[in-house]
Design a protein around this ligand. Structure first.
Ligand code: FMN
Ligand code: SF4
Length: 507
């Protein structure tokens, strides 16, 4: 047989077989009606995110993060030029525009770095936190190489790495970066065989030197109140070891914790965790839902005398490895409103000096950090921005193990491209350059430190003709105002409905 005929058959026979299969299969209408040709649709669906990002998307388009936001993180992570030519591309007269107030007398003498002391009087092992840290993301949703790069970056830059609810894996331990151990409703890494909390297993890991703080996960913005399942097929030996679950069986995080069902019980458990950890700070993380529940927590702190050391507020705009779209799109309070509510709850009940407030949700720049500080945050956490530093291209395939950059997959071949040593430098660089830009904002605002930023320093456009500062748009309570005169606040009804002994609304 001549060569060209042989090669022709090599290509056409498989295509012919595929066409025959398409024609007779019963699952896909399009395949039956348009054998072979219909596959183009599936190929285009797969390529859609890349075509959009590389060919169609403008600089200010693309969600969750637009091209300009991603490019900023990439540039800072790589140590490239991060300045912008010619002027802003934002429409400063659109109602999405907001800005910070600079001063006529910038403060060039502002310190070059700040840290936050975390740990109420009830802690014997307080922690000095950086102002920008890695938000909770588990081994399981992220790859082993990603976890190693994040942890090594955290060690190099002296900031913390939150484990996420999937337990502490050997990849978290390989480079010695500070860990915040997050405990979700699955109690991974500290559970009994039937999924209950195991105090002995908790104490064993929590007392380790690398664990600096403990975080109770109540909810996350992308899927508040939902819980989650890691299917048995994904529960590899390593994931099983980190989580303390059997290999190959479904790994379930129920929507609710089994250790508590009232605000008081939650605080008693937090106190137990603090003691078992050897006196380390204990905080909670949540996306705010019902305001009266937040106030119930404040009342419970007053009634028991047990204070949390910090509260992380995650916005509804927050990320996830996988979540039902209804939850991502329609459940939970956005960060801005959640942060203001929590700030008012803490300040209004006189607890803010003891309990630090943390903001998470789309943090990726110095300006974003400054806005959060202005609304009461003591520090910020970032999740997806650190994923960009690792090389994430926002292809949105984190949920199906097909991540092209090795960040959110357990597939060893896909992880190969992510070299932890190389990416750790980018993680540390992104954090350092973002803090540098944040400091430059403090200087421009003429302040001595970031905690001096107030809502009056942030303005927001309401329509093309009007704008106002946030202290005029939102209510910000005075210290103790909820205790002294709740009726003078917009929260009078929710405050009255809050009880320390139940999350239910008192009528
Ligand atoms: C891949 C991925 C996994 C996450 N896993 C957790 C988790 O285990 N626990 C948690 O509290 N939040 C988790 N989150 C939410 C982040 O910690 C963070 O709160 C949220 O993404 C908002 O921050 P960002 O906008 O900077 O990403 C995850 C987010 C992502 C993107
Ligand atoms: S590159 Fe990977 S981590 Fe980033 S969005 Fe795509 S799948 Fe998720």
């Amino acid at each position: 047989m001549v060569d060209w005929l042989r090669w022709g058959l090599v290509f056409t026979i498989p295509l012919l077989l595929l066409a025959l299969y398409d024609f007779f299969q019963r699952r896909h209408t399009l395949w039956r009606n348009y054998p072979l040709l219909a596959h183009v649709r599936w190929i285009m669906e797969d390529l859609r995110p890349y075509a959009r990002a590389y060919l169609v998307e403008g600089d200010l388009e693309g969600r969750p993060f637009n091209h300009q936001q991603r490019a900023l993180v990439y540039a800072r992570a790589k140590g490239q030029l991060d300045s912008h030519p010619f002027g802003t591309e934002l429409d400063v007269y659109s109602d999405e525009y907001e800005w910070l107030a600079h001063s006529m007398a910038p403060n060039a003498q502002a310190p070059s770095e700040w840290r936050v002391d975390v740990g109420s009087r009830q802690c014997t092992r307080p922690y000095s936190a950086s102002l920008l840290n890695i938000s909770a993301m588990s081994f399981g949703s992220l790859s082993a190489n990603a976890i190693m790069a994040l942890n090594k970056g955290a060690a190099a830059g002296n900031f913390y790495h939150d484990t996420g609810e999937g337990g502490i894996s050997r990849y978290h331990r390989s480079h010695g970066g500070d860990l915040v151990w997050e405990i979700g409703s699955g109690y991974f890494g500290c559970r009994t065989e039937d999924g209950a909390f195991d105090p002995d297993r908790f104490a064993e890991s929590a007392r380790g030197e690398q664990v600096k703080m403990v975080e109770i996960k109540l909810s996350q913005g992308a899927k508040p109140g939902h819980g989650g399942v890691l299917p048995g097929s994904k529960v590899t030996e390593e994931i099983a070891a980190a989580r303390g679950v059997p290999v190959g069986s479904d790994c379930i995080s129920p929507p609710a914790h089994s250790t508590f069902s009232t605000p008081i019980q939650m605080l008693e458990w937090a106190a137990q965790l603090r003691e078992l950890s050897g006196g380390k700070p204990v905080g909670v993380k949540l996306c705010v839902g019902k305001p009266h529940e937040v106030f119930a927590l404040m009342k419970a702190m007053h009634e028991t005398g047990i204070t949390l050391d910090y509260i992380v507020v995650d916005g509804a705009e927050g990320g996830t490895g996988a979540a039902p779209v209804e939850f991502s799109n329609r459940v939970g309070m956005p960060l801005r409103e959640g942060l203001i509510l929590m700030r008012n709850a803490l300040v209004g009940s006189g607890l803010k000096p003891e309990v630090k407030l943390v903001a998470a949700g789309m943090v990726h720049s110095g300006a974003g950090m400054a806005m959060n500080f202005g609304l009461g945050a003591d520090w910020c956490n970032a999740g997806r921005a650190f994923m960009f530093a690792l090389g994430c291209v926002q292809s949105m395939k984190c949920h199906n193990d097909m991540c092209p950059t090795g960040v959110a997959t357990q597939d060893a071949t896909r992880q190969r491209g992510l070299v932890p040593m190389e990416k750790a430098e980018r993680v540390a660089r992104f954090q350092r350059h973002t803090l540098h830009s944040f400091r430059e904002m403090i200087v421009a605002m003429g302040l001595d430190n970031p905690w001096q930023i107030t809502p009056a320093h942030i303005s927001e456009r309401q329509n093309s003709a009007q704008s106002d500062s946030l202290d005029h748009i939102h209510r910000f309570l005075e210290p103790g105002q909820l205790l002294d005169s709740p009726e003078s606040t917009p929260y009078a009804k929710a405050w009255a409905a809050a009880r320390a002994d139940t999350f239910a609304e008192a009528v």
